[in-house]
Every structure is written in structure tokens, then in C-alpha cells.
Design a protein around this ligand. Structure first.
Ligand code: A3P
Length: 995
């Protein structure tokens, strides 16, 4: 995503500007509101956007509470916090003041040159850029379809999208870098969060390094080391800005001036109807609670970039609480106008020329050096969403800008599949080709992408079979991709040969019928096997079709759609697919769910339109049945593309899937790595997951390490429990699977699950194994599965990955003195023949400087880093609640394993409780506790556990105590925060001598 060059210079020549003159500006005013003295008392910053949104108020009362406070820092200086307290007398604080004199209800002035006529449909089907969505003629409906098209823009549309804007201050963080789209979307979405009271949104990675902070009652810290922290400031309720106490207002205005940061503000509906009321401190007046119609944009507005001015959104505008601005200063420039809804105000229309009323206003900052864009209504009106995007771009000087390129690909799935009567006839194919041409005139490179299942070729009526033939005669007109031969779901196959055989049938059909086989793209019926990934599908796709790209709506979940992402697995690029609202059974325009109005609403600024506005790469899935009957899909796509051309400056284009995929992952390199979720946590995913796979066999708890803390002993003791079972051994890494931390993760979930066969198969180790002998389990009782991989503890990506798959798992970790751990690890490396460890002393390793050879530095890091316990634990605790995390004192595990195992069983709630005193015995020879096999024999861990090596040299010991001092101090703090865990003796000792 490129960042637009910005639009800070208002270069537009105002060819058609409204110069509405405010009336009655000098009449009496009174203070409408007084603010609470404490309202802006605290400066609050939100380090995590989650918190911020969770606390976003939705009732307009500005009551958001913040949990994290930050040191206030006024612009360019460190500031005494108290300086930021309100200094003003409460009585002096006023917001919008009410102008008592009754107005005649319309701003005088004139507007010329903006959209002044209804754009009629040409109906020619020639790719006209007319704003009409009528396309019935162009899609050539020949017989049965209703296809009555012809609805003009917004006319008669109810705009019934129930969005309301509530009062909270949104502050967008200055966004730099690659992923501006996500940031901008986040801003839009955050508004929706407020609007829809939808808070789950924040659990996602949408922000991608950019933050939106939602201010509560107070201003957040605005600067950081002389750098401005925010690129745009958005007041969902402008009152909050106008009514700010003097001190904070001055602070904010100063920030805006010094950092050239603009403000977006939305006037919120109020119960009181204001007429010619002056906005405090501005030569600007408002009338409120109006019903309006016919919105037009000012073609001369320098704010507009993505939005194309010049047309009129005809018809009633949503809501009855619009505010309009009256102004008579050159700093103000209308961005959008509308008319009074004469249906609602019949008296106004009699003999009067309707004058345009300013509904969105730009303040160019001539008066006070601050640029603003003010909205007289919320984002409930679709056009305001575009203007809002442009306002963000304009006021952030292009930093918060979306690229203008949009790619569109339309897949038509289920070619040849479908009941008689729902399939394509020759006329439909003709219309398909003709419409494709029309669309290609507006969207260069556009070709429908047809996915076929050869088995059902010629399964229709006589005419439909002719349609099949006609499609094949026109095979070169389209792009093609393979579906499954019989539309089977690949996840139902557990046998690669059978799956490939089915694919080969479709391949042979393609070859026989001259269908191209080289698109490198394929789609799976019902997303089956794509996500959750069924490895056999990926393998078979590669082998038979050399598939490089697929797409799905299911990753990570179908909803919310805006959070769909892509990933790459086994070299197949999986792209997120967007929803266009057309499904197999959606076959007639008038029978579109919710009716034709609903469809038009989606096209004319609603969901489908916005999907394309927000997504640089759009892949829509449709089905053959959407192109028969009255050709609903042709109507939909041609209409939405016309509408986009009419209202936006987006550059639409199309390309084959491989090109799109390459573009996608260039835009979103952070999405390349998949994150495997738990298929059982999503009903849709469970349905398309093999019946042979079973979440019950996934681990219920993980022993995460770190290495050398006694993890093998713990693993061994746990495996003695009849109700507890671990994975089967790996040929490479033995008892450890090491799935979540390294390249194994890319082998996919199936690979991991193979270590946890369900039922009896998992059970007992072979008799010659050195693994412990488990106690007999209660008949029929389920095993409590676990996995131990000691490298998980400090693996950067691990907590996120484990949480995605095993959010309810319990996490068990063991801690010993980090210095001793480091030394034990070093000895372990030596014993395993590590050349560096054998060539350098421990002291040399731990003191290796950053200019040391790379291998030595790596060894140093691997030796020392896991011991920064607090840091790693915090990372785990960011994903798992403390109640799911169990910390074992490794010294206790060594010296008193029976108590440790009792505690652990209680934590795991495992039944029945095993009395380890009958099964563990101290082995004098080994010097450790071992499994008591019978009265005389013990089974101890192997030679590599409890090794003999010289004690650590004093110099290294002292150095490490100093090295870990801060980490250990943080650990004590963390342990205390976590509850009543006794502080381990080793930790106290490390700290007492570590200064
Ligand atoms: P040393 O070999 O340095 O003494 P891990 O299994 O995580 O690699 O940890 C190995 C460490 O476990 C050993 O380190 C040893 O001190 C410790 N340990 C704790 N209980 C043990 C037991 N019952 N038998 C063997 N080693 C044990």
C-alpha cells in the first residue's frame, strides 16, 4: 500500500461553491450547557486499543473510564500533571449556544455548479458511467426475469441502515509505514464499534502497528519526545471539543497548530432543536434536527480525493436530525450540500427556490490555523463514509490515505452444477459475454472466472444443455479454474489417491473440452479443506492442478468479514474472499433477501459498495445459478461498478488470481504465516473438518519449559498417571513435538494432530521403551492429553499460536535460578557436541560481546534469554488468564516432587488423584527422585538428566546474578501480582546476593 502524497495544499479552484450567508448571527445567545468541573481532569492514555474500545461509551454521555493513566506531556515539554487540571470556572464553560430567534429555516446563499440533475440510466449497457444502477437492458434479460432495474440513485431508497453516531472522542494515532489501509479501516471500524456496540473487533490484529486511541474524559498525552502522537483528531461528538475546558482546549489547539494536525467533528443530535445557534468561538451557526434530501458534493472541494464530486444522491437522507451550517467567513468551504426535504416541510416548497444547505463543512484554518472538517450528521449516510475517508486523508496530509487502486475478481462457481431450470441457456451465456465486455470497459482486464465440475455437464434441460455447449464454444472468452469433479468436499477424503483420482477426472474433462488448465487457481466446495486445512487437499491440488492460489471466506472466520485474512500454506496462497451477498439460491433480483431495495441499498453506497471501497483486492464468489433466471449477478456487478465510477475516483482493474495473490501478499507480508485456530470453536469449521479428526485428542495442557528446569522429570511423572497421556514420540525430537515454535508449525494442524491419535491408539508406550509405565486408567475414562516442549517458553510466536489453537489449555511452567539454568543448558550443549560450547568457557559464552562471531553470539543468546522469566511470562499472560497458568518451583520438583505433583493434579483438576508417594522414590545413586517400579527397583531418568559437571565458577555466578537482577526483581513483582504463590527460595537468594 502506498501512502498518498498528501493533499495539504488546497489547490482546488472553487468553481461551484456555495456561499451561504449566516443569518441572525448577532442575536441573543445563552449558554446551553455547563460542563462538569472534573470532566477533563485526568489525562488518560490507552496503551492497548482493546481497552480503549471496550471502554468506548455508546450512550453519548462521555463516561468512558480508562484504566491506564499516563504522565501528561503537553506539547514539547514535560509538564506538571496538575497544570492540566481545569482552571476554568464551570459556569464559564459553554458548548453550543442556542440562538433564540426563530429562523426561517434556510441559509441564504447560492450554490452553483454542483450536481443539479437526476442522472438517468442510459440503459445502453455500454459501460456508461452514469450513476444509475439500472442495467436490466444491458444484461439483456430476455424472458422470465423481472429485472426491472432503473432505480435512480437513492431515490425512493429508505437508507434504512440503522447507524447512529454516539459521542466519544476518537483520536487517530499518527500512522506511518506500509499498512495505512488497516489503520484507516480501523478508524472506520472503530466508529462502527461505537455505532454497533460491537466490541469483539478489538481482539484482532487490524491495527497492525497503528493505533486508534479513544479518549475518555480527558486528553491523552499528545506528544512523545517532541513528536506528535496523533495524525488526526476525530470528535464523534463535536460538543466535546466545543465544551472542553479552556486549558485542555488550548493545549489541543496548540498541538494541532504546531503539528499541523486537523480535526474531524460530527455534530451529534440533541433533543433541543437549535436554530441559527452559534458554535462557541466560531463565526459559524447551525440549525439542527432537520430532515433533508438530495445530497451533492462540492466539485471544488480540496478535501475530496477518493470521493468523486459532481453527482447528487437523490432522495431522502437518513434520519431526521441533520444539522446544517451557516457561515459567512472565507475560512469555510462547503463540502456537501443538501436540500430540505420538501415532503417533510411542504410549506417551504410553495413558490420558493430551494437553497442548498451545507451539511459537511471544511474549515481551512484561516481564523485560527487549524483545519477542520465538520459533519452535520453521522456516518449513517453512506456518502459521509467516503467523505470521512477523504477528510482523514486531507487532514493527515496523506498519511491516513487509501490507495486508489482496486482489483476486482468475480468467480462463478458451480459451472455445470445445478438443478434443471436453474442453469444457463444460450441467451444467458450471450448476456454473460456481453456484460463482461461492458464491465471490462470500466474495469480493465475484467473476465469472469469460471469454476467447473465436469461430471454435471449436460445435466440440464435441452435448452440448458445447449447453454453448456455454448459456454464451451466461448471457452476462450473467460478465465477458468477447477472445482471438484462431482462437487465433492475434499475434507471427506482420507485417502490421497482417491482424492487425486477425482481431480484427475475433472482435469481430463477440461482437456477434452479445451478448457484451460493452467490458471493455478482452484476453489473447494464449501471451503472444505482450505481452512481448516486438510493437508491431503493441498497435496492433491499441487500434484494434479499445480494450484498456487485459492480463496476462502473462512480464515480466520467468516464473520466479521472485515477481519478476513490471507495466508500461505504449502506454497499455496490463500486469499480472503469478500461477500457480495449472492448465494447459490439467490436467483432473482426481486427475491433477493430483504427485497430489491436491500440489494440496491447494498450496491448504492451500502455493503457491497463499501467492501470494494475498503479492500484493495476483492474476490467475490458467485454461482452459475446467479447468472440464469433474471441474471441477478450481472445486474449486481455492473451496477456496483457503475456506482463506484460515479461516486469515487477509484481505479478499478482486474487480473488473474495468481497476480492478485502476489499483489495481496506484497501489501500484507505480515499475513504470510498462518495462525491455526481451533476448528471446534467455529461450527462452520467443524462441519468442514474430517470426522476422523477430533478436538478431544488435542492437549488439555502444555508444559512449556524452559529447557533445563526439570521438564523431563515432570513429563515422566505426569505420564505415570493413568488418566494423563502425552503425545506419541517424534522420531526427531523424541517426547517433544515442538510444533508451535519452529518450522513444524508450517506442516499444519493435521501434522500436529497425528501426534495425538484419539482412543486407544495413543495409549501405552512399547514395552522396550524407556518411557515410564503409566498406572492403569479407569475403564472408559477419557485421557487428559498434554504436550511438553521445553522451547515453547521463550518462543516469540508461541503464546499467540497456542492460544489460537488451544485457548482453554492450561499452561505449566517450571522455574529454577536462571543462572543455574543457563549453566545447565551450557553443559547440555557441550554434552551434545556443540562445537562453540566446547571451544569456549561458560564465562566466555555469557560475556561474548556483540562483535563476537555470530555463532558465539547465538549461543550466548540461547543460553541467557530464556532466563528472563518475567518478560516471557508476561507474554504468555497476555494471551492466557492467570488462572490457566501454573508455575512450578523447579527446586521443589527436584527435592519434593510428591507435593509438587499433588498441587499440579489439583490445578489440572485431574481425576483420580494419584498418590505419588507410592510411585516416586529418592534414588541415592542417581541423587534424584525416580519412578518406583517395585520394592527394590527404581526407574530413573537417563544419563543426560541430572548430569555430573563441575560447579559454576564464582565469577560467572556473580556476573549472572547481576545480569538477571532486574529480571528477577520483575519476577518477584509478577509472582506477587499473580497471587499468593510463595516466592521461591532460589529467587530470594539470587536477589539477596545479586547487588
Ligand atoms: P542437570 O542435568 O543440569 O542437573 P530438563 O529435563 O528440562 O532438560 O531438565 C534437566 C534437569 O532436570 C536436570 O539438570 C536436573 O537437575 C533436573 N531434574 C529435576 N528433577 C530430576 C529428576 N527427578 N531426575 C533427573 N533430573 C531432574
Amino acid at each position: 500500500m502506498t501512502i498518498s502524497s498528501g493533499e495539504t495544499t488546497a489547490t482546488a479552484t472553487a468553481t461551484a461553491r456555495a456561499t451561504a450567508t449566516a443569518r441572525g448571527a448577532t442575536t441573543n445567545i445563552h449558554h446551553a450547557t455547563a460542563i462538569n468541573r472534573n470532566k477533563y481532569e485526568k489525562l488518560i492514555t490507552k496503551p492497548r486499543s482493546q481497552d480503549a474500545i471496550a471502554e468506548t461509551e455508546t450512550n453519548g454521555s462521555a463516561s468512558a473510564t480508562a484504566t491506564a493513566t499516563a504522565t501528561p506531556a503537553p506539547i514539547g515539554a514535560t509538564t506538571d500533571r496538575t497544570m492540566l487540571l481545569p482552571l476554568e470556572d464551570t459556569n464559564a464553560a459553554a458548548g453550543i449556544v442556542t440562538y433564540k430567534q426563530k429562523s426561517n429555516g434556510s441559509a441564504s446563499g447560492s450554490a452553483s455548479g454542483h450536481g443539479n440533475g437526476h442522472i438517468n440510466s442510459s440503459g445502453s449497457g455500454s459501460g456508461s458511467t452514469s450513476c444509475s444502477t439500472s442495467s436490466s437492458t444491458s444484461i439483456g434479460i430476455s424472458s422470465s426475469g423481472s429485472g426491472s432495474g432503473g432505480s435512480h440513485l437513492g431515490a425512493g431508497s429508505s437508507y434504512s441502515m440503522g447507524w447512529t453516531c454516539h459521542c466519544c472522542n476518537l483520536i487517530a494515532r499518527r500512522c506511518f509505514g506500509i499498512n495505512v489501509r488497516r489503520c484507516v479501516l480501523a478508524l472506520l471500524a472503530i466508529t462502527m464499534v461505537t455505532i454497533f456496540y460491537y466490541t469483539h473487533y478489538v481482539d484482532t490484529d487490524v491495527f497492525n502497528g497503528y493505533k486508534i486511541e479513544v479518549a475518555g474524559k480527558s486528553l491523552p498525552v499528545l506528544t512523545n519526545l517532541d513528536k506528535g502522537r496523533y495524525g488526526v483528531i476525530v470528535f464523534e461528538n463535536l460538543d466535546k471539543y466545543l465544551n472542553m475546558d479552556k486549558w485542555n482546549r488550548e493545549l489541543l489547539d496548540k498541538y494541532c497548530r504546531e503539528y499541523d494536525v486537523g480535526i474531524v467533528g460530527f455534530l451529534s443530535p440533541s433533543e433541543e432543536t437549535l436554530v441559527g445557534a452559534q458554535l462557541r468561538d466560531f463565526p459559524l451557526f447551525v440549525n439542527t434536527n432537520l430532515r433533508l434530501r438530495d445530497a451533492s458534493l462540492n466539485p471544488g472541494s480540496s478535501v475530496l480525493r477518493l470521493t468523486r464530486a459532481g453527482e447528487t444522491a437523490w432522495g431522502a437522507l437518513p434520519g431526521d436530525d441533520w444539522a446544517v451550517f451557516q457561515h459567512n467567513h472565507s475560512t469555510y468551504e462547503p463540502v456537501e450540500w443538501a436540500q430540505r426535504n420538501t415532503n417533510e416541510y411542504p410549506a417551504d416548497s410553495v413558490g420558493q427556490v430551494q437553497l442548498p444547505l451545507t451539511t459537511v463543512l471544511q474549515d481551512r484554518g484561516h481564523l485560527d490555523g487549524i483545519q477542520r472538517v465538520l459533519f452535520g450528521s453521522s456516518l449513517r449516510f453512506w456518502l459521509h463514509r467516503l467523505v470521512f475517508l477523504d477528510s482523514l486523508s486531507y487532514l493527515s496530509h496523506g498519511q491516513l490515505s487509501l490507495n486508489l487502486e482496486r482489483m476486482i475478481l468475480v468467480d462463478i462457481d458451480d459451472i455445470f452444477v445445478g438443478e434443471k431450470g436453474t442453469r444457463l441457456r444460450p441467451d444467458d451465456v450471450r448476456a454473460l459475454v456481453a456484460t463482461q465486455k461492458n464491465i471490462a470497459a470500466m474495469v480493465p482486464g475484467f473476465k469472469f472466472n469460471l469454476g467447473f465440475s465436469g461430471k454435471y455437464y449436460h445435466h440440464g434441460t435441452r435448452e440448458e444443455n445447449l447453454g453448456d455447449d455454448f459456454l464451451l464454444q466461448n471457452v476462450q472468452e473467460f478465465n477458468w479454474f477447477s472445482h471438484m469433479w462431482k462437487h465433492q468436499q475434499p475434507h471427506l477424503y482420507d485417502n490421497l489417491t482417491l482424492l487425486m483420482a477425482e481431480m484427475h477426472l475433472n482435469y481430463a474433462f477440461a482437456v477434452d473440452h479445451n478448457i484451460p488448465t493452467s490458471s493455478g487457481y482452484s476453489i473447494s466446495p464449501h471451503h472444505s479443506g482450505v481452512y481448516p486445512a486438510h493437508e491431503l487437499l493441498y497435496v492433491a491440488w499441487k500434484k494434479v492442478w499445480n494450484v498456487k492460489v485459492t480463496s476462502t471466506e473462512e480464515y480466520p472466520h467468516l464473520r466479521p468479514a472485515r477481519l478476513r485474512r490471507g495466508f500461505i500454506h504449502r506454497n499455496i496462497m490463500v486469499l480472503p474472499r469478500q461477500t457480495c451477498g449472492l448465494f447459490t439460491h439467490t436467483m432473482y433480483i426481486d427475491r433477493y433477501p430483504g427485497g430489491r431495495d436491500k440489494l440496491d441499498e447494498s450496491i448504492q453506497g451500502g455493503e457491497l459498495f463499501q467492501t470494494i471501497v475498503y479492500n484493495p483486492i476483492n474476490i467475490f464468489m458467485t454461482h452459475m445459478s446467479n447468472y440464469g433466471s433474471d441474471r441477478l449477478a450481472l445486474y449486481t456487478f455492473q451496477s456496483v461498478i457503475k456506482f463506484l465510477q460515479c461516486w469515487t475516483n477509484l481505479k478499478l482493474a482486474s487480473a488473474p488470481p495468481i497476480q492478485l495473490a502476489e499483489m495481496y501478499f506484497q501489501l500484507h507480508p505480515e499475513e504470510v504465516d498462518p495462525v491455526w485456530g481451533n476448528p471446534c470453536d467455529d461450527a462452520r469449521h467443524k462441519k468442514i473438518w474430517s470426522k476422523t479428526k477430533n478436538c478431544d485428542s488435542l492437549p488439555k495442557f502444555l508444559v512449556i519449559g524452559p529447557q533445563k528446569t526439570g521438564t523431563t522429570a515432570l513429563y515422566t511423572f505426569l505420564s505415570m498417571h493413568g488418566s494423563i497421556a502425552s503425545n506419541i514420540a517424534s522420531p526427531d525430537t523424541f517426547e517433544e513435538v515442538q510444533f508451535f515454535n519452529g518450522n513444524n508449525y508450517y506442516r499444519g494442524l493435521d501434522w500436529y494432530m497425528d501426534f495425538f491419535p484419539s482412543g486407544e491408539a495413543l495409549s501405552l508406550p512399547p514395552s522396550n521403551s524407556s518411557s515410564p509405565s503409566p498406572m492403569p486408567t479407569q475403564a472408559g475414562s477419557p485421557r487428559y492429553m498434554f504436550e511438553k516442549s521445553a522451547t515453547y517458553f521463550d518462543g516469540e510466536a508461541v503464546p499467540k499460536r497456542t492460544h489460537a489453537l488451544l485457548p482453554h489449555a492450561k499452561i505449566v511452567t517450571i522455574l529454577i535460578s536462571p543462572a543455574k539454568r543457563a549453566y545447565s543448558w551450557y553443559q547440555h550443549q557441550r554434552a551434545h557436541g556443540d562445537v562453540i560450547a566446547n571451544n569456549y568457557s561458560f564465562y566466555q559464552v555469557i560475556t561474548a560481546s556483540d562483535s563476537a562471531p555470530r555463532a558465539l553470539k547465538d549461543l550466548r543468546n540461547r543460553c541467557l534469554n530464556p532466563g528472563k522469566y518475567a518478560q516471557h511470562l508476561e507474554h504468555w499472560l497476555a494471551y492466557y488468564p492467570a488462572q490457566q497458568v501454573h508455575i512450578i518451583d523447579g527446586d521443589q520438583l527436584r527435592l519434593n516432587p510428591i507435593d509438587v505433583m499433588n498441587d499440579l493434579q489439583r490445578f489440572l483438576k485431574v481425576q483420580p488423584l494419584l498418590d505419588y508417594s507410592n510411585h516416586l522414590r529418592y534414588d541415592v545413586k542417581k541423587g534424584f527422585y525416580c519412578q518406583a517400579l517395585n520394592e527394590k527397583r527404581n526407574k530413573c531418568l537417563g544419563k543426560s538428566k541430572g548430569r555430573q559437571y563441575p560447579t559454576m565458577d564464582e565469577r560467572s555466578g556473580k556476573l549472572l546474578q547481576r545480569y538477571y537482577l532486574n529480571h528477577n526483581t520483575a519476577l518477584v513483582k509478577l509472582l506477587k501480582k499473580l497471587g499468593s504463590r510463595p516466592i521461591p527460595q532460589w529467587l530470594k537468594e539470587d536477589l539477596s546476593t545479586g547487588t
